[in-house]
Every structure is written in structure tokens, then in C-alpha cells.
Write a protein that binds this ligand. Structure first.
Ligand SMILES: C[S@@+](CC[C@H](N)C(=O)[O-])C[C@H]1O[C@@H](n2cnc3c(N)ncnc32)[C@H](O)[C@@H]1O
Length: 307
């Protein structure tokens, strides 16, 4: 099947890892329903933020009806065109946040919603699901099921928020372990205002040696960091000025997908520059609004805990 797409949806379709993760989760769902169809007969899926319509297309063979909703008018036109052969799929051009699901007169067995963004900050996955899941049947499922978010301490060259995508990858040095700081199940009601204390563990000398910190990293790429001024391992001094946020999408209980270029590429967030020692822990306060955009991100260094 050939999809008509604009340049954004072309990139989304070209990201095979992202697509195959969603396809596998939809097929797994269908397999789990075999011989176990909805008691009221019809199997209904909502595809929220359907874009080009690709996920409705994946769901269609397994469902009796697919309701696809898209805010952007030109993407909606593409989805209408791409899905016109499929009588089971209805496409709406609407904002899901104000969409009146009650007019459909039926609830969903399955909600598919790929409005993901790193840590769920810049897209409306959480507010959209908070609204739509009132129209999910009691034993209904959501794809993806949830998300896990991790943070690690870094020293970064630019002091602004940057995604680690294909085109303009930021230059940074990871200086600590990646710690899971939050986990969400999309069946729960989620407060969009996120706030957490995150303890970032800085590598100790042994770990720095293992990653070849002085020999490998100091060589070429990181000269621009004034390496010698910022990292003096002999004197046990390092600087950090950022955190790297990484999200892992839990498509179902057996399928977790890490970042891909178009699905939650890791995000570098600046923090106040501080000097630490190898093996320290740094406690930061991290706040943002899920669905509120990256401008809602706030960080504050609260404490440095010496080893
Ligand atoms: C990451 S894209 C995913 C598109 C498609 N589902 C896919 O997997 O290729 C998210 C889509 O959600 C749409 N969207 C974002 N906010 C929306 C809202 N409030 N209501 C409806 N659609 C929305 C965007 O326009 C975009 O097409």
C-alpha cells in the first residue's frame, strides 16, 4: 500500500523501528483477542492523532470499526485519501481535547495514540488520553500501554534544550548513570503537572576509566569543551551543566521501544553548571507540564551528596 504523505509524515513512515513496534503491538493485541471478542459484538478502535492514517491501516484488519481523529487539516485530508478504500474506517478532522466522543454512541476496545514526545512534554498524549479514555470499555486496552523516563548527568556544548535526532545531534559527554525517574501507565488518570526530585549518580573513577574517559573522549571531538579546564580527573573534579532525558515506550507488557529518530529522541536539558567530584550524587528538582511544551521545563540543583 502506498501512502500519500507530507514531509513530516514521510519521516514518521520512514522510521521503520517506530512503525514496526506499533504494528507488532497491534498484531499482539489482535492475537490476544482471538476467540475473545467484545461481548457486545463489535470491536472498535480509536486512532488518536491519526496523521497519515498508518496505524488505522494496521488496526483495520483486526477490528469491526476504526475511528481516526486528526487535528491538522492537511494531514486529515491525506488520511481520508489514504484510507478511502476501507469502509470500516471513519476519519474526523477535530481537536481530540474538545471532541465529543459521546456522539459516537460506542466505546473503544482499543485506543491507539501515538502523540508521544520525550518525557511526554511537547505533545498532548497525556491530556488527550485523560479525555478519551472515559470512552474506553472497562476491559479496554491502550497502545502504547505506558512510558518510562530516565535521566543522566551530562556536560553539553550548547546551553539550550536540544533533541538528539539524526540531523542536528548535540555534542555532550555523559557523566553518570541513567536513572529511571518516572513511570506511567496510560490507563491511570495522570496529572499533567509533573514534579520530581531526581538523584543523578556521577560516575566514579573506575567507571570513568572503563568508558575510556581521558584516553578516548578527551582526544578530538570534545576539544571544544576546554576539556582540561572542566574535567580534571586526577584532582577528582568534573563539571556538569545538563541532564539527558530518555523515554522508553511500553507498547505492551512484552514490548518496550527505546528512542528512534521520530519516537522520543533523547532530549538534552541545561541545568545550572556545577562542579562535582567523581562518585557524587546530585539531587535536582525537575518540573514540566506534560503536553505543555518544552518551555514549561524547570530545573533546580538542590544538593550535591559527596560519596
Ligand atoms: C506523532 S504524529 C503520529 C501520526 C500517526 N499516528 C503515525 O503514527 O504516523 C501525532 C499526530 O497527532 C496529531 N495531533 C496532535 N494533537 C492533536 C489533537 N489535540 N487532536 C487531534 N490530533 C492531534 C498531529 O497533528 C499529528 O498528526
Amino acid at each position: 500500500m502506498k501512502f500519500k504523505v507530507n514531509s513530516y509524515h514521510f519521516k514518521l513512515l520512514r522510521d521503520y523501528e517506530r512503525l514496526s513496534a506499533f504494528k507488532e503491538a497491534i498484531d499482539d493485541y489482535a492475537e490476544s483477542c482471538e476467540g475473545n471478542k467484545s461481548p457486545d459484538g463489535e470491536m472498535v478502535a480509536f486512532d488518536l492523532g491519526c496523521g497519515s492514517g498508518v496505524l488505522s491501516y494496521f488496526a483495520c484488519p483486526h477490528m469491526d470499526k476504526v475511528i481516526a481523529i486528526e487535528l491538522n487539516n492537511s494531514s486529515y485530508q491525506l488520511a481520508k485519501e489514504n484510507l478511502k478504500e476501507f469502509d470500516k474506517i471513519q476519519v474526523f478532522n477535530d481537536d481530540i481535547l474538545s471532541f465529543d466522543f459521546s456522539k459516537l454512541n460506542e466505546k473503544a476496545d482499543l485506543i491507539i495514540c501515538e502523540m508521544l514526545d520525550t518525557a511526554l512534554i511537547d505533545e498532548e498524549e497525556v491530556p488527550v488520553l485523560n479525555h478519551a479514555k472515559k470512552y474506553l470499555k472497562e476491559d479496554g486496552k491502550i497502545i502504547p500501554e505506558g512510558i518510562l523516563n530516565s535521566a543522566e548527568a551530562v556536560f553539553m556544548n550548547n546551553h539550550f534544550i536540544q533533541y538528539e535526532d539524526d540531523e542536528y545531534s548535540p555534542v555532550y559527554i555523559a557523566l553518570g548513570d541513567s536513572m529511571i525517574y518516572s513511570e506511567f501507565d496510560f490507563l491511570d488518570d495522570i496529572d499533567c503537572n509533573f514534579s520530581a526530585m531526581v538523584d543523578l549518580k556521577i560516575f566514579d573513577k573506575k567507571e570513568l576509566n572503563e568508558i575510556g574517559f581521558e584516553e578516548e573522549i578527551s582526544k578530538e571531538r570534545y576539544e571544544k569543551f576546554s576539556f582540561k579546564d572542566n574535567f580534571n580527573i586526577k584532582e577528582n573534579k568534573l563539571k556538569i551543566n545538563g541532564i539527558k532525558l530518555t523515554s522508553f515506550t511500553k507498547l505492551n507488557e512484552n514490548l518496550i521501544c527505546g528512542p528512534t529518530p521520530m519516537l522520543n529522541p533523547s532530549m538534552l536539558v541545561p541545568i545550572e553548571e556545577i562542579e562535582v567530584s567523581c562518585g557524587d550524587s546530585v539531587r535536582i528538582k525537575l518540573e514540566y507540564v506534560m503536553g505543555g511544551g518544552v518551555e514549561t521545563i524547570k530545573t533546580e540543583v538542590l544538593d550535591i551528596i559527596h560519596n
